[in-house]
Design a protein around this ligand. Sequence first.
Ligand code: HEC
Length: 173
Amino acid sequence: MKNFIAGVVITLLALAAGAYVSVVNGWIPANADDKPGALETWAAHSSLRATLKREMPTTAVPIALNNENLIKGIHIYAANCAVCHGASDAKASNVATGLFQHAPQLAGDGVTDDPEGKIYWFVKHGVRLTGMPAFSGALSEEQIWQVVLFLKHMDELPAPVQKVWKSIPSAKS
Ligand code: HEC
């Protein structure tokens, strides 16, 4: 039994030493112009999924679905999100092209099928170690819900709201 415990301790120390040596020698990639490895992708996705399940709100959206809130959401999106997630033409900006992780161009690869609470969680808290910022310190609760409402209903906007959305300039220069 003693030998077994000693074996376990030595293995753990060797793994910790290996991890330390990999980090201080730069063997764990630090660049953004590459694809993430399978282990990194698995760990990031699994942790994000579990966090969302625990934390995303499931209560009803606290603001009304009307043109005023949708248009406010579009303006918030144009000022804060289009640089990474694109305008209505879904063309990736130069910033989006260089991001690691990849930022979905929301006009093409949208989130209209996601529950509102999930979109809200992304906007409010951001995603660690990606370009996705947390807006909890910059936008009010009402503003976060307005941009959520817009993203949720992006594929069924009433005509006057659609006109505002189409008028947002392309993010691609
Ligand atoms: C600096 C770039 C950047 C900005 C600005 C940004 N995002 Fe993101 N966003 C990302 C990246 C990168 C991801 C992907 C994160 C991941 O891989 O988990 C993401 C993910 C998301 C997702 C999840 C998409 C999905 O398919 O599940 C939503 C929703 C989102 N962002 C909304 C917004 C909104 C709304 C704003 C503005 C208020 C915004 N983002 C601003 C980079 C950005």
